[in-house]
Design a protein around this ligand. Structure first.
Ligand code: FES
Ligand SMILES: [Fe+2]
Length: 335
């Protein structure tokens, strides 16, 4: 490569990829061994999430006006912010006569029930007990000790993210008919990338995968398709820091240190005949390039685009997770 070509390479992360032929790719099914994926899933499930569940994006709980309502494992939850912006959370039914508090109002940081005016400031009151809640700047978590059945911790399992000052984040939520393990299993199968999502990925190679009892990350080389023949090649690692979370971190190439966090939060109680799970995916993108500084200033406009890209992948990945649950439920899951 001459100096000019090298300079061009440094200036742009984009590479030109000659036409890809979906059917001509190397099949990955031999490497994507069901037992290997099942072992990685089992290790993830053996970790403790400290009874913490992701409920959504930090910015989805507004500073004033309406509270936010969520359901986690059949438990109705209401969340709101105090006048200083701190989060509060607790049961979603009013302790007086059961009004849906998600439909109430927040007045000067206090939740005021719209049926008879009971005011909740977030402290225990009339039998209403708050839930521990955590805002990590991108996501909101609640701790449900009775639901989780794990050893509770003060904070959710830590995830290393790029410095928020130099990153753009977007959060997308989709809901599927499956259990959290089906979502985690999908993410612990990196081999499906360029077969199942050819519109987004090409040239995917799994460089290493955990063997036996090992607790190593999956290491993947892949090119993201940007437009036409333009691609961005990266190396990424997949790990499962908690039982309901899979983390993809870009370790080389454009966007190094960027993370995609996939959190699976059950909506229905354990053992529901038709389970539903929310996939809350946070993309925290970083880059050393000066162009990215401009992108940061455009973050409000970029966010919906990033969410749409993740949303398309997740429509397909949910089909995978739902199919996995349907076969498990019928007792016909292979492997
Ligand atoms: S139901 Fe909430 S105050 Fe009566
Ligand atoms: Fe996928």
């Amino acid at each position: 490569m001459n100096e000019d070509a090298r300079r061009r390479r440094r200036r742009t992360p984009l590479r030109l990829r000659s036409g890809t032929n979906w059917a001509a790719q190397e099949p990955t099914w031999r490497q994507a061994r069901p037992a290997l994926i099942a072992a990685a899933l089992k290790r993830a499930q053996a970790r403790s999430g400290g009874n913490w569940f992701v409920v959504g994006a930090s910015r989805s709980v507004a500073a004033d006006g309406r509270p936010a309502g969520r359901t986690v494992a059949g438990t109705e939850i209401v969340l709101w912010r105090t006048s200083s912006g701190d989060l509060r959370a607790g049961p979603g039914a009013c302790p007086h006569l059961g009004a849906p508090l998600r439909e109430s109002r927040v007045v000067c940081g206090t939740l005021v029930c719209h049926w008879h005016g009971m005011a909740l400031d977030g402290a225990p009151f009339a039998g209403w007990q708050p839930y521990p809640v955590h805002d990590d700047g991108v996501l909101v978590w609640v701790r449900l000790d009775r639901t989780g059945g794990e050893q509770s911790t003060d904070r959710p399992p830590p995830v290393r993210r790029p410095d928020p000052g130099g990153a753009v984040d977007a959060v997308v939520t989709v809901v599927g008919r499956c259990e959290p393990e089906d979502v985690v299993a999908n993410r612990l199968d990196p081999w499906h990338g360029s077969w199942f999502h050819p519109y987004s990925f090409t040239d995917l190679r799994v460089i290493s995968a955990p063997e036996g009892e090992q607790d190593e990350p999956f290491v993947v080389e892949v090119s993201f398709k940007v437009a036409g023949r333009l691609v961005v090649p990266v190396r990424a690692e997949f790990t499962a820091p908690g039982p309901r979370t899979v983390l993809m971190r870009i370790t080389e190439g454009e966007g190094r240190t960027s993370v995609v966090e996939t959190h699976a939060t059950p909506l229905t109680p354990p053992g529901a005949a038709v389970p539903r799970t929310a996939v809350v995916e946070a993309v925290v993108a970083a880059s050393d390039r000066s162009g990215f500084r401009l992108a940061r200033s455009l973050a409000p406009a970029l966010r919906p685009l990033m969410s749409r890209a993740a949303g398309r992948l997740w429509r397909d990945d949910l089909a995978y997770a739902e199919r996995r649950w349907a076969l498990r439920n019928a007792g016909t899951f292979p492997g």
